[in-house]
Design a binder for this molecule. Structure first.
Ligand code: GDP
Length: 363
């Protein structure tokens, strides 16, 4: 699962990408199992629940969840017709699972805006339009193929034709595909097309240093626009975050309190991206390590075990689960067990965000 960071030129994408991927925990050499291209970075997902667990279980190390972020440069108006890096840019978006769009809300006469004025709503429309135009082209090609196959009586192709027409109709109303409701069968009929306006989106409003909470009317408009497609907005001052990311403690905490922030806004972006990707965490907690593991929402216990090792999924027997609240009440796992609060769950158990567990398995 990975998210792509997009935006018009000069909105602060690179500043933000560099700040997000700068932390030591996120250095790519710590993740030898991922291939990291030059425009990709690993972002750790700060989670206060890890700190709460380590107040009761003191591990040798604590490992947060991470996500992969791709810096997708180069969108300009006309990208779907090959302007700028055009198609190359779009093919990068096709490969990501969610879009993080940076919109410029800060005013700075020294930083040129591509279309002359700071207008985040126009920027949001520009990108959405390019994604929708590209989808229309994709669907056009797919439709003629599907129609040909459907003529020979192929049932799946007939379904594809129907779903493509439904998508086309939606797009012709100037609506992105993310607001079109499809059932699972319909969604899987077109899943291989990588339709871009269907991808979940998170908006990052790059605000001025003097408006960190985003009270500016421009930011309010961004929130209203985002709400129409069910998207979240996080406010950040990329320039300030870049400075924060370079500081060591205690200087960082000092600067945070000077500007009135509880934590870097980057933390919020990481968490919101994680959630936009449809991800959640469960924890394993022992003396060796306390660790957050990433699963898609709705994963079953064997699938969750498979994230640690594929053998764990194959040989899954059962898992023992408790909650952070149990740990805070009973203080140790032994006490939780004695109080009868250690639940035993089987193969069909659907994991809940924040479960703390042990897996039992055959090898
Ligand atoms: P990109 O083209 O979207 O990747 O934008 P950059 O990250 O390269 O930023 C473009 C210019 O805007 C640079 O000169 C940055 O220093 C500046 N910039 C980025 N974020 C901010 C911000 O939050 N406030 C101000 N005033 N300038 C910023």
């Amino acid at each position: 699962m990975e998210a792509g960071i997009v935006g018009l030129p000069n909105v602060g994408k690179s500043t933000l990408f560099n700040a997000l991927t700068a932390s030591k925990a996120a250095q790519s050499e710590n993740y030898p199992f991922c291939t990291i291209e030059p425009n990709e970075g690993i972002v750790s997902v700060p989670d206060v629940r890890l700190t709460r667990i380590t107040q009761y279980i003191t591990p040798q190390k604590t490992i947060p969840a991470v996500l992969k972020l791709v810096d997708i440069a180069g969108i300009v108006k006309g990208a779907s017709e090959g302007e700028g890096l055009g198609n190359k840019f779009l093919s990068h978006i096709r490969q990501v699972d969610a879009i993080v769009q940076v919109v410029r809300c800060f005013d700075d006469p020294d930083v040129i805006h591509v279309s002359g004025t700071v207008d985040p709503i126009a920027d949001m429309d520009t990108i959405e339009t390019e994604l929708m135009l590209a989808d229309i082209q994709t669907l056009e090609n797919a439709l003629s193929k599907a129609e040909r196959t459907a003529r020979s009586g192929d049932k799946e192709a007939k379904l594809r034709v129907a779903v493509i027409q439904k998508c086309n109709e939606h797009l012709s109303k100037d609506e992105p595909l993310r607001t079109l409701e499809l059932n699972n069968v319909e969604a899987s009929a077109i899943s291989s097309y990588g339709l871009m306006s269907a991808k979940p989106v998170l908006y990052v409003a790059n605000v001025s240093e003097t408006d960190l909470e985003g009270n500016d009317p421009l930011v309010q408009k961004v929130r209203e626009q985002a709400a129409k497609v069910g998207a979240t907005v996080v406010c950040v001052c990329a320039k300030l975050e870049a400075e924060l990311a370079e500081l060591e403690e205690p200087d960082r905490s000092e600067m945070l309190s000077e500007v009135g922030l509880e934590e870097p806004a980057l933390n919020q972006i990481a968490r919101a991206t994680y959630s936009t990707l449809g991800l959640e965490s469960y924890f394993t907690a022992g003396e060796k390590e306390v660790r957050a593991w990433t699963i898609p929402k709705g994963a079953t216990a064997p699938q969750a075990a498979g994230v640690i090792h594929s053998d764990f999924e194959r040989g899954f027997i059962r898992c023992e689960v408790y909650t952070l609240e149990d740990l805070e009440t009973y203080k140790t796992e032994k006490e939780i067990r004695q109080a009868g609060k250690l639940r035993v769950e089987g193969k069909s158990y659907v994991m809940k965000d924040g479960d703390i567990c042990h897996f039992l398995f055959n090898v």
